[in-house]
Design a binder for this molecule. Structure first.
Ligand code: NAD
Ligand code: TYD
Length: 357
């Protein structure tokens, strides 16, 4: 049995689906079902007794303690978080509550649970904390990619809250001997990605004939990784990662936002041509995000050397699959574009002035 938090979100649901498809043991999945959590992501597991879903908050110590005692997991995989930088700028409070205080509560429950395990159970137990490359801050154009030794320098409330949670996880290893593993991954993309993030937003806006908003000059660089590769990396780290260590995970795929959006438009022009012209005509440059990190790049050498993991997808294969997934799952898209989603779009984009490409 493994215990997953945030398993109804984008990466968590991909992880649970891949884990069970790969013959993994049963999963207890604790998720609060915020706007980002969606049980439709897990519909294929409806009849699967290996998946036990619990709606609840990682900050609810009584609930978490009870779940750990009842199910006796051999590992906790912690995905649950508030994850969108723009939302953290509009309202940082929830990010501190879930990412910092929530992770703290979960660590406390894990510490108490671990203390009661037998020696053999302790030897196998792991607490795997899923984190981000954004904790390292922003790179200049000629800087070397982030390694596990790069100093933390978060620049927005989201990355600061994730950095804080990483520090807590580190401290629980050093102080209490909790066998922790931390992964710091670059930007993911793929199925079930909520359309507030760049790639799914551009695909869904393009098909709806709406503007494709590019912040600033569109030259910010992100390192993109297909979500299935991230899930495979987490499985490797869980299996053979050394307790107390951190592992950077990335796709070796640095792209400017403009390059990503152009690629998406070109694929859509082929797979779902619009009535006239190219989807590129919908590109609109809008006011930049405050404190917008210029460049992220990950050196994923350690996980490759020590655990033999490297990405299976190139950006070209992964992005093609992703666009096709969105075309094939328009019902999923319609469903998530609820009242709450529309309110967010209004809040985030109404005040950004637009100008065409
Ligand atoms: P997401 O926003 O899609 O999903 C987060 C999930 O956590 C949702 O299902 C939500 O309901 C749940 N959740 C939120 N608060 C909760 C709480 N208090 N208690 C229980 N559940 C709660 O996020 P994601 O993109 O799937 O990211 C998952 C993890 O991976 C996060 O920790 C994020 O920091 C990290 N990460 C994400 C990326 C990325 O590109 N998306 C890259 C690197 C790391
Ligand atoms: P996002 O998907 O929000 O991920 P993150 O901020 O965690 O990297 O954004 C990816 C990049 O795309 C980032 O540089 C901000 C930019 N962006 C836009 O240009 N327009 C948008 O509408 C959004 C949501 C993001």
């Amino acid at each position: 049995m493994i215990f997953v938090t945030g398993g109804a979100g984008f990466i968590g649901s991909n992880f649970v689906l891949d884990w069970l498809a790969n013959g993994g043991e049963p999963v207890v999945n604790l998720d609060k079902l915020t706007y980002a959590g969606n049980l439709n992501n897990l519909l294929s597991l409806r009849q699967d007794t290996r998946h036990i879903f619990i709606k609840g908050d990682i900050g609810d110590t009584t609930l978490v303690t009870k779940l750990l005692a009842t199910h006796g997991p051999r590992a906790i995989l912690h995905f649950a978080a508030e994850s969108h930088v723009d939302r953290s700028i509009h309202g940082p409070g929830e990010f501190i509550k879930t990412n910092v205080n929530g992770t703290f509560s979960l660590l406390e429950a894990a510490r108490a649970y671990y203390a009661e395990l037998s020696e053999t159970e302790r030897a196998g137990f792991r607490f795997l904390h899923v984190s981000t490359d954004e904790v390292y801050g922003s790179l200049g154009p000629a800087d070397a990619p982030f390694t596990e030794q790069t100093a933390y320098a978060p620049n927005n409330p989201y990355s600061a809250s994730k950095a804080a949670s990483d520090h807590l996880v580190r401290a629980y290893h050093h102080t209490y001997g909790l066998p922790t593993l931390t992964t710091n991954c670059s930007n993911n993309y793929g199925p079930y990605h909520f359309p507030e993030k760049l790639i799914p937003l551009v695909i869904t806006n393009a098909l709806a004939g709406k503007a494709l908003p590019i912040y600033g000059d569109g030259k910010n660089v992100r390192d993109w990784l297909y979500v299935g590769d991230h899930c495979a990396a987490i499985r490797r780290v869980l299996q053979d990662g050394r307790p107390g260590e951190t592992y950077n995970i990335g796709g070796w795929n640095e792209k400017t936002n403009l390059d990503v959006v152009h690629t998406l438009c070109d694929i859509l022009d082929k797979l779902a041509p619009g009535k006239a012209g190219s989807y590129r005509d919908q590109i609109t440059f809008v006011t930049d995000r405050p404190g917008h990190d210029r460049r992220y790049a990950i050196d994923a050498g350690k996980i490759e050397r020590e655990l033999g993991w490297k990405p299976a997808e190139t950006f070209e294969t992964g992005i093609q699959k992703t666009v096709q997934w969105y075309l094939d799952h328009q019902d999923w898209v319609c469903d998530v574009q609820s009242g709450e989603y529309l309110k967010w779009v209004e809040k985030n984009y109404a005040q950004r002035e637009g100008r065409g490409e």
